[in-house]
Design a protein around this ligand. Structure first.
Ligand code: PLP
Length: 406
Protein backbone atom coordinates (compact mmCIF):
# COMPACT_ATOMS: atom_id res chain seq x y z
CA UNK A 1 0.00 0.00 0.00
CA UNK A 2 1.44 3.37 -0.96
CA UNK A 3 2.04 5.98 1.75
CA UNK A 4 -0.56 8.20 0.16
CA UNK A 5 -3.25 5.51 0.50
CA UNK A 6 -2.12 4.20 3.87
CA UNK A 7 -3.57 7.17 5.70
CA UNK A 8 -7.12 5.85 5.65
CA UNK A 9 -8.26 2.25 5.53
CA UNK A 10 -11.46 0.28 5.24
CA UNK A 11 -11.47 -0.27 9.03
CA UNK A 12 -11.83 3.50 9.48
CA UNK A 13 -15.27 3.29 7.90
CA UNK A 14 -16.58 1.48 10.98
CA UNK A 15 -15.26 4.26 13.24
CA UNK A 16 -16.04 7.32 11.15
CA UNK A 17 -19.21 6.65 9.18
CA UNK A 18 -22.89 6.24 9.94
CA UNK A 19 -23.26 2.46 9.57
CA UNK A 20 -26.03 2.58 6.94
CA UNK A 21 -23.77 0.92 4.35
CA UNK A 22 -21.68 -2.23 4.48
CA UNK A 23 -18.96 -1.56 1.91
CA UNK A 24 -16.61 -4.19 0.49
CA UNK A 25 -13.33 -4.99 2.19
CA UNK A 26 -11.22 -3.02 -0.30
CA UNK A 27 -11.15 0.68 -1.22
CA UNK A 28 -11.05 1.55 -4.95
CA UNK A 29 -8.72 4.45 -5.61
CA UNK A 30 -8.40 4.67 -9.40
CA UNK A 31 -10.41 3.65 -12.43
CA UNK A 32 -9.92 3.57 -16.16
CA UNK A 33 -12.59 2.29 -18.51
CA UNK A 34 -13.91 -0.89 -16.89
CA UNK A 35 -10.85 -1.51 -14.73
CA UNK A 36 -10.47 -0.37 -11.13
CA UNK A 37 -7.44 -0.43 -8.83
CA UNK A 38 -7.63 -0.66 -5.06
CA UNK A 39 -5.30 0.76 -2.40
CA UNK A 40 -2.95 -2.20 -2.68
CA UNK A 41 -2.68 -1.82 -6.46
CA UNK A 42 -4.87 -4.85 -7.19
CA UNK A 43 -6.71 -4.50 -10.49
CA UNK A 44 -10.38 -5.47 -10.70
CA UNK A 45 -12.84 -5.65 -13.59
CA UNK A 46 -15.90 -3.53 -12.92
CA UNK A 47 -19.27 -5.03 -13.87
CA UNK A 48 -21.07 -2.75 -11.39
CA UNK A 49 -20.66 0.60 -13.12
CA UNK A 50 -21.16 2.26 -9.74
CA UNK A 51 -24.68 0.72 -9.73
CA UNK A 52 -25.60 1.69 -13.29
CA UNK A 53 -24.02 5.14 -12.95
CA UNK A 54 -20.68 5.08 -14.76
CA UNK A 55 -22.35 4.86 -18.15
CA UNK A 56 -19.04 5.43 -19.97
CA UNK A 57 -16.81 3.64 -17.49
CA UNK A 58 -14.22 5.39 -15.37
CA UNK A 59 -12.49 8.59 -16.46
CA UNK A 60 -13.82 8.58 -20.03
CA UNK A 61 -11.75 11.21 -21.88
CA UNK A 62 -14.82 13.07 -23.17
CA UNK A 63 -16.22 13.39 -19.63
CA UNK A 64 -12.88 14.35 -18.11
CA UNK A 65 -12.56 17.04 -20.79
CA UNK A 66 -16.11 18.34 -20.24
CA UNK A 67 -15.64 18.47 -16.47
CA UNK A 68 -12.23 20.12 -16.52
CA UNK A 69 -13.27 22.63 -19.15
CA UNK A 70 -16.33 23.63 -17.13
CA UNK A 71 -14.28 23.62 -13.89
CA UNK A 72 -12.19 26.42 -15.36
CA UNK A 73 -15.27 28.48 -16.27
CA UNK A 74 -17.91 28.52 -13.53
CA UNK A 75 -18.93 25.93 -10.91
CA UNK A 76 -22.17 27.08 -9.40
CA UNK A 77 -24.55 30.00 -9.71
CA UNK A 78 -27.76 28.68 -8.04
CA UNK A 79 -31.15 28.92 -9.68
CA UNK A 80 -31.31 32.64 -9.10
CA UNK A 81 -29.50 32.54 -12.44
CA UNK A 82 -29.66 30.02 -15.22
CA UNK A 83 -26.52 28.76 -16.92
CA UNK A 84 -25.42 27.57 -20.34
CA UNK A 85 -24.76 23.87 -19.60
CA UNK A 86 -28.27 23.54 -18.04
CA UNK A 87 -29.95 24.95 -21.11
CA UNK A 88 -27.84 22.93 -23.54
CA UNK A 89 -28.55 19.71 -21.62
CA UNK A 90 -32.29 20.45 -21.47
CA UNK A 91 -32.35 21.04 -25.22
CA UNK A 92 -30.54 17.77 -25.92
CA UNK A 93 -32.83 15.74 -23.69
CA UNK A 94 -35.94 17.36 -25.12
CA UNK A 95 -34.81 16.93 -28.72
CA UNK A 96 -34.29 13.24 -28.00
CA UNK A 97 -37.50 12.44 -26.06
CA UNK A 98 -41.24 13.06 -25.72
CA UNK A 99 -40.50 15.87 -23.27
CA UNK A 100 -40.35 19.59 -23.84
CA UNK A 101 -39.59 20.65 -20.26
CA UNK A 102 -36.84 19.59 -17.85
CA UNK A 103 -36.18 19.99 -14.14
CA UNK A 104 -32.71 19.14 -12.87
CA UNK A 105 -31.78 17.93 -9.41
CA UNK A 106 -29.11 15.79 -7.80
CA UNK A 107 -30.35 12.23 -7.50
CA UNK A 108 -32.95 9.71 -8.55
CA UNK A 109 -34.93 10.12 -5.36
CA UNK A 110 -35.09 13.85 -5.92
CA UNK A 111 -36.22 13.38 -9.52
CA UNK A 112 -39.01 11.10 -8.31
CA UNK A 113 -39.91 13.45 -5.48
CA UNK A 114 -40.38 16.16 -8.10
CA UNK A 115 -42.38 13.79 -10.32
CA UNK A 116 -44.76 12.77 -7.52
CA UNK A 117 -45.22 16.34 -6.34
CA UNK A 118 -45.87 17.53 -9.88
CA UNK A 119 -48.45 14.79 -10.45
CA UNK A 120 -50.27 15.70 -7.25
CA UNK A 121 -50.11 19.38 -8.06
CA UNK A 122 -51.50 18.91 -11.57
CA UNK A 123 -54.40 16.83 -10.26
CA UNK A 124 -55.03 19.29 -7.45
CA UNK A 125 -55.14 22.24 -9.82
CA UNK A 126 -57.23 20.52 -12.47
CA UNK A 127 -59.59 18.31 -10.49
CA UNK A 128 -59.38 19.25 -6.80
CA UNK A 129 -57.78 17.86 -3.64
CA UNK A 130 -59.55 14.50 -3.71
CA UNK A 131 -57.56 13.41 -6.76
CA UNK A 132 -54.31 12.64 -4.94
CA UNK A 133 -53.83 8.89 -5.01
CA UNK A 134 -50.59 7.48 -6.38
CA UNK A 135 -50.50 3.86 -7.48
CA UNK A 136 -47.17 2.08 -7.59
CA UNK A 137 -45.98 -1.49 -7.85
CA UNK A 138 -45.09 -3.91 -5.10
CA UNK A 139 -41.32 -4.47 -4.90
CA UNK A 140 -40.68 -1.19 -6.72
CA UNK A 141 -37.86 1.12 -5.70
CA UNK A 142 -37.96 4.88 -6.14
CA UNK A 143 -35.33 6.25 -3.74
CA UNK A 144 -34.81 6.92 -0.05
CA UNK A 145 -36.55 10.21 0.70
CA UNK A 146 -39.60 9.65 2.85
CA UNK A 147 -42.07 10.28 0.02
CA UNK A 148 -40.19 7.98 -2.34
CA UNK A 149 -39.82 5.11 0.15
CA UNK A 150 -43.50 5.49 0.93
CA UNK A 151 -44.49 5.34 -2.73
CA UNK A 152 -42.19 2.37 -3.37
CA UNK A 153 -43.67 -1.01 -2.62
CA UNK A 154 -41.06 -2.24 -0.15
CA UNK A 155 -42.19 -1.59 3.44
CA UNK A 156 -38.76 -2.59 4.78
CA UNK A 157 -37.51 0.80 3.56
CA UNK A 158 -40.34 2.87 5.03
CA UNK A 159 -41.11 1.01 8.29
CA UNK A 160 -40.08 2.64 11.51
CA UNK A 161 -40.02 6.24 10.39
CA UNK A 162 -43.40 7.33 11.68
CA UNK A 163 -46.62 7.93 9.78
CA UNK A 164 -46.37 7.61 6.02
CA UNK A 165 -47.93 10.09 3.61
CA UNK A 166 -51.46 9.06 2.72
CA UNK A 167 -52.98 8.26 -0.63
CA UNK A 168 -50.57 5.60 -1.86
CA UNK A 169 -51.72 2.21 -3.17
CA UNK A 170 -49.52 -0.73 -4.14
CA UNK A 171 -50.39 -3.35 -6.74
CA UNK A 172 -48.50 -6.41 -8.02
CA UNK A 173 -46.17 -5.61 -10.93
CA UNK A 174 -47.07 -6.88 -14.40
CA UNK A 175 -50.64 -7.56 -13.23
CA UNK A 176 -52.90 -5.39 -15.36
CA UNK A 177 -56.10 -6.68 -13.75
CA UNK A 178 -54.81 -5.56 -10.33
CA UNK A 179 -54.01 -2.11 -11.69
CA UNK A 180 -57.43 -1.90 -13.30
CA UNK A 181 -59.06 -2.85 -10.00
CA UNK A 182 -57.09 -0.22 -8.07
CA UNK A 183 -57.30 2.78 -10.38
CA UNK A 184 -60.14 5.26 -9.97
CA UNK A 185 -61.11 8.90 -10.46
CA UNK A 186 -59.11 9.58 -7.28
CA UNK A 187 -55.87 8.40 -8.91
CA UNK A 188 -53.51 11.20 -9.89
CA UNK A 189 -50.62 9.05 -11.07
CA UNK A 190 -49.40 5.56 -11.75
CA UNK A 191 -45.64 5.17 -11.33
CA UNK A 192 -43.76 2.24 -12.80
CA UNK A 193 -40.19 1.19 -13.51
CA UNK A 194 -40.06 -0.18 -17.07
CA UNK A 195 -37.67 -2.74 -15.62
CA UNK A 196 -37.92 -3.25 -11.87
CA UNK A 197 -34.28 -2.81 -10.98
CA UNK A 198 -33.45 -3.13 -7.31
CA UNK A 199 -35.88 -5.97 -6.74
CA UNK A 200 -34.46 -8.29 -9.39
CA UNK A 201 -34.15 -6.85 -12.95
CA UNK A 202 -37.69 -7.73 -13.94
CA UNK A 203 -38.83 -6.20 -17.25
CA UNK A 204 -42.41 -5.00 -17.69
CA UNK A 205 -44.55 -6.91 -20.15
CA UNK A 206 -45.54 -4.99 -23.27
CA UNK A 207 -49.26 -5.41 -22.61
CA UNK A 208 -48.81 -4.20 -19.04
CA UNK A 209 -47.30 -0.86 -19.97
CA UNK A 210 -49.77 -0.42 -22.82
CA UNK A 211 -52.62 -1.20 -20.43
CA UNK A 212 -51.26 1.19 -17.82
CA UNK A 213 -51.16 3.95 -20.44
CA UNK A 214 -54.76 3.22 -21.47
CA UNK A 215 -56.01 3.19 -17.88
CA UNK A 216 -54.21 6.44 -17.05
CA UNK A 217 -55.84 8.12 -20.04
CA UNK A 218 -59.23 6.73 -19.08
CA UNK A 219 -58.99 8.04 -15.49
CA UNK A 220 -57.15 11.33 -16.18
CA UNK A 221 -54.14 10.06 -14.27
CA UNK A 222 -50.54 10.71 -15.22
CA UNK A 223 -48.21 7.89 -16.15
CA UNK A 224 -44.79 8.30 -14.55
CA UNK A 225 -41.90 6.12 -15.65
CA UNK A 226 -39.06 5.87 -13.20
CA UNK A 227 -36.08 5.53 -15.51
CA UNK A 228 -33.51 6.34 -12.87
CA UNK A 229 -31.80 3.02 -13.53
CA UNK A 230 -33.02 2.20 -17.06
CA UNK A 231 -32.41 5.63 -18.60
CA UNK A 232 -29.61 7.12 -20.68
CA UNK A 233 -28.84 4.18 -22.93
CA UNK A 234 -28.67 1.49 -20.27
CA UNK A 235 -31.17 -0.75 -22.07
CA UNK A 236 -29.92 -0.10 -25.62
CA UNK A 237 -32.40 2.71 -26.31
CA UNK A 238 -31.88 6.20 -24.90
CA UNK A 239 -34.81 5.48 -22.55
CA UNK A 240 -36.49 2.14 -21.93
CA UNK A 241 -39.94 3.53 -22.83
CA UNK A 242 -38.68 3.67 -26.41
CA UNK A 243 -38.44 -0.14 -26.52
CA UNK A 244 -42.11 -0.35 -25.63
CA UNK A 245 -43.43 2.57 -27.62
CA UNK A 246 -45.40 3.57 -24.54
CA UNK A 247 -44.87 7.25 -23.76
CA UNK A 248 -45.12 8.51 -20.17
CA UNK A 249 -46.32 11.94 -19.06
CA UNK A 250 -43.42 12.35 -16.65
CA UNK A 251 -40.08 10.57 -16.68
CA UNK A 252 -37.47 10.60 -13.93
CA UNK A 253 -33.87 9.74 -14.58
CA UNK A 254 -30.51 10.06 -12.79
CA UNK A 255 -27.73 7.49 -12.28
CA UNK A 256 -26.17 7.16 -15.77
CA UNK A 257 -27.07 10.71 -16.78
CA UNK A 258 -23.96 12.17 -15.15
CA UNK A 259 -21.70 9.20 -15.86
CA UNK A 260 -20.54 9.42 -12.24
CA UNK A 261 -21.23 13.08 -11.55
CA UNK A 262 -24.39 13.46 -9.41
CA UNK A 263 -27.39 14.69 -11.37
CA UNK A 264 -31.06 13.80 -11.70
CA UNK A 265 -33.72 15.00 -14.09
CA UNK A 266 -37.48 15.06 -14.36
CA UNK A 267 -38.71 15.34 -17.94
CA UNK A 268 -42.25 16.29 -18.83
CA UNK A 269 -44.52 18.29 -21.13
CA UNK A 270 -45.24 22.02 -21.09
CA UNK A 271 -48.93 21.59 -20.19
CA UNK A 272 -47.91 19.76 -17.01
CA UNK A 273 -44.79 21.79 -16.23
CA UNK A 274 -46.84 24.96 -15.98
CA UNK A 275 -48.25 23.63 -12.68
CA UNK A 276 -44.79 24.21 -11.19
CA UNK A 277 -44.57 28.01 -11.43
CA UNK A 278 -41.67 29.90 -9.87
CA UNK A 279 -41.21 29.10 -6.20
CA UNK A 280 -43.33 25.94 -6.00
CA UNK A 281 -40.43 23.51 -6.13
CA UNK A 282 -36.65 23.74 -6.26
CA UNK A 283 -33.22 22.65 -5.11
CA UNK A 284 -30.03 24.64 -4.61
CA UNK A 285 -27.75 22.42 -6.66
CA UNK A 286 -30.23 21.55 -9.41
CA UNK A 287 -28.82 22.38 -12.83
CA UNK A 288 -25.31 22.79 -11.44
CA UNK A 289 -23.04 23.75 -14.38
CA UNK A 290 -20.44 21.06 -13.66
CA UNK A 291 -23.08 18.33 -13.52
CA UNK A 292 -24.88 19.56 -16.63
CA UNK A 293 -21.68 19.94 -18.63
CA UNK A 294 -20.74 16.35 -17.89
CA UNK A 295 -24.27 15.08 -18.56
CA UNK A 296 -24.29 16.88 -21.89
CA UNK A 297 -21.12 15.02 -22.87
CA UNK A 298 -22.70 11.75 -21.70
CA UNK A 299 -25.72 12.32 -23.95
CA UNK A 300 -23.48 13.28 -26.88
CA UNK A 301 -21.58 10.00 -26.60
CA UNK A 302 -24.42 7.66 -25.62
CA UNK A 303 -27.16 8.89 -27.93
CA UNK A 304 -25.53 7.57 -31.09
CA UNK A 305 -26.59 4.53 -33.12
CA UNK A 306 -23.15 2.92 -32.60
CA UNK A 307 -23.17 3.11 -28.81
CA UNK A 308 -26.84 2.08 -28.48
CA UNK A 309 -26.38 -0.84 -30.88
CA UNK A 310 -23.19 -1.73 -29.00
CA UNK A 311 -25.22 -1.98 -25.77
CA UNK A 312 -27.58 -4.48 -27.43
CA UNK A 313 -24.68 -6.52 -28.87
CA UNK A 314 -22.88 -6.58 -25.53
CA UNK A 315 -26.09 -7.77 -23.88
CA UNK A 316 -26.05 -10.83 -26.11
CA UNK A 317 -22.39 -11.46 -25.35
CA UNK A 318 -23.09 -11.41 -21.60
CA UNK A 319 -26.29 -13.43 -21.85
CA UNK A 320 -24.83 -16.26 -23.94
CA UNK A 321 -21.94 -16.77 -21.54
CA UNK A 322 -24.01 -16.34 -18.37
CA UNK A 323 -26.53 -18.88 -19.62
CA UNK A 324 -23.69 -21.31 -20.34
CA UNK A 325 -22.28 -20.79 -16.83
CA UNK A 326 -25.78 -21.18 -15.38
CA UNK A 327 -26.31 -24.44 -17.25
CA UNK A 328 -22.90 -25.87 -16.42
CA UNK A 329 -23.05 -25.20 -12.69
CA UNK A 330 -26.83 -25.33 -12.21
CA UNK A 331 -26.70 -21.96 -10.48
CA UNK A 332 -29.06 -19.80 -12.57
CA UNK A 333 -32.65 -20.45 -13.54
CA UNK A 334 -32.84 -17.45 -15.90
CA UNK A 335 -30.78 -14.60 -17.31
CA UNK A 336 -32.97 -11.55 -17.92
CA UNK A 337 -32.93 -7.80 -18.45
CA UNK A 338 -32.06 -5.54 -21.35
CA UNK A 339 -28.84 -4.00 -22.61
CA UNK A 340 -26.29 -3.47 -19.88
CA UNK A 341 -28.79 -4.16 -17.12
CA UNK A 342 -28.72 -7.90 -16.64
CA UNK A 343 -29.98 -10.13 -13.85
CA UNK A 344 -28.94 -13.74 -13.38
CA UNK A 345 -31.66 -15.33 -11.27
CA UNK A 346 -30.29 -17.87 -8.81
CA UNK A 347 -31.75 -21.35 -9.12
CA UNK A 348 -33.73 -22.90 -6.27
CA UNK A 349 -30.77 -24.40 -4.34
CA UNK A 350 -28.89 -21.10 -4.51
CA UNK A 351 -31.78 -18.80 -3.59
CA UNK A 352 -30.85 -16.12 -1.08
CA UNK A 353 -27.11 -16.42 -1.83
CA UNK A 354 -26.47 -13.49 -4.18
CA UNK A 355 -24.19 -11.95 -1.57
CA UNK A 356 -22.03 -15.10 -1.56
CA UNK A 357 -21.62 -14.75 -5.33
CA UNK A 358 -20.50 -11.12 -4.89
CA UNK A 359 -17.90 -12.13 -2.32
CA UNK A 360 -16.63 -15.00 -4.49
CA UNK A 361 -16.40 -12.69 -7.50
CA UNK A 362 -14.45 -10.14 -5.52
CA UNK A 363 -11.94 -12.83 -4.58
CA UNK A 364 -11.42 -13.28 -8.34
CA UNK A 365 -10.91 -9.51 -8.79
CA UNK A 366 -14.34 -8.93 -10.28
CA UNK A 367 -16.95 -6.43 -9.10
CA UNK A 368 -20.60 -7.52 -9.55
CA UNK A 369 -23.86 -6.47 -7.90
CA UNK A 370 -26.93 -8.08 -6.45
CA UNK A 371 -30.56 -7.06 -6.99
CA UNK A 372 -32.23 -8.54 -3.94
CA UNK A 373 -31.00 -11.76 -2.40
CA UNK A 374 -31.84 -13.98 -5.38
CA UNK A 375 -30.42 -12.12 -8.37
CA UNK A 376 -26.83 -11.34 -9.40
CA UNK A 377 -26.86 -8.04 -11.27
CA UNK A 378 -24.53 -6.72 -13.94
CA UNK A 379 -24.64 -3.01 -14.81
CA UNK A 380 -21.28 -2.26 -16.42
CA UNK A 381 -20.19 0.63 -18.60
CA UNK A 382 -22.25 0.93 -21.79
CA UNK A 383 -18.99 0.99 -23.73
CA UNK A 384 -17.22 -1.81 -21.90
CA UNK A 385 -14.66 -3.47 -24.20
CA UNK A 386 -15.56 -6.95 -25.39
CA UNK A 387 -12.18 -8.12 -24.06
CA UNK A 388 -13.16 -6.86 -20.58
CA UNK A 389 -16.51 -8.65 -20.81
CA UNK A 390 -14.78 -11.90 -21.77
CA UNK A 391 -12.10 -11.66 -19.12
CA UNK A 392 -14.61 -10.57 -16.49
CA UNK A 393 -16.83 -13.54 -17.29
CA UNK A 394 -13.78 -15.84 -17.09
CA UNK A 395 -13.22 -14.52 -13.58
CA UNK A 396 -16.93 -14.90 -12.87
CA UNK A 397 -16.89 -18.51 -13.96
CA UNK A 398 -13.89 -19.21 -11.73
CA UNK A 399 -15.78 -17.62 -8.83
CA UNK A 400 -18.87 -19.72 -9.49
CA UNK A 401 -16.80 -22.89 -9.86
CA UNK A 402 -15.16 -22.23 -6.49
CA UNK A 403 -18.48 -21.45 -4.85
CA UNK A 404 -20.07 -24.61 -6.21
CA UNK A 405 -17.10 -26.74 -5.06
CA UNK A 406 -17.72 -25.30 -1.60
C1 PLP B 1 -35.54 2.80 -10.22
C2 PLP B 1 -34.86 3.67 -9.22
N1 PLP B 1 -35.46 4.79 -8.81
C3 PLP B 1 -34.86 5.61 -7.92
C4 PLP B 1 -33.64 5.32 -7.37
C5 PLP B 1 -33.03 6.25 -6.39
O1 PLP B 1 -31.97 6.95 -6.94
P1 PLP B 1 -30.93 7.71 -6.01
O2 PLP B 1 -30.23 6.65 -5.20
O3 PLP B 1 -30.03 8.44 -6.96
O4 PLP B 1 -31.69 8.63 -5.15
C6 PLP B 1 -32.98 4.16 -7.78
C7 PLP B 1 -31.69 3.82 -7.18
O5 PLP B 1 -31.25 2.70 -7.18
C8 PLP B 1 -33.60 3.32 -8.73
O6 PLP B 1 -33.01 2.19 -9.13
Amino acid sequence: MSVEHAQVQRADFDQLMVPNYAPAAFIPVRGQGSRVWDQSGRELIDFTGGIAVNSLGHCHPRLVAALTEQAGKIWHVSNIFTNEPTLRLAKKLEDATFADRAFFCNSGAEANEAAFKLARRVAHDRFGPQKCEIISALDSFHGRTFFTVSVAGQPKYSDGFGPRPEGITHVPYNDLAALEAAISERTCAVVLEPIQGESGILPAQQAYLEGARRLCDQYNALLIFDEVQTGVGRTGELFAYMHYGVVPDILSTAKGLGGGFPIGAMLTRTDLARHFPAGVHGTTFGGNPLACAVAEAVIDVVNTPEVLQGVKDKHQRFKTRLEAIGAQYGIFSQVRGMGMLIGSVLSEPWKGRARDVLVAAEQEALMVLQAGADVVRFAPSLVIEDADIDEGLERFERAIARLVRG
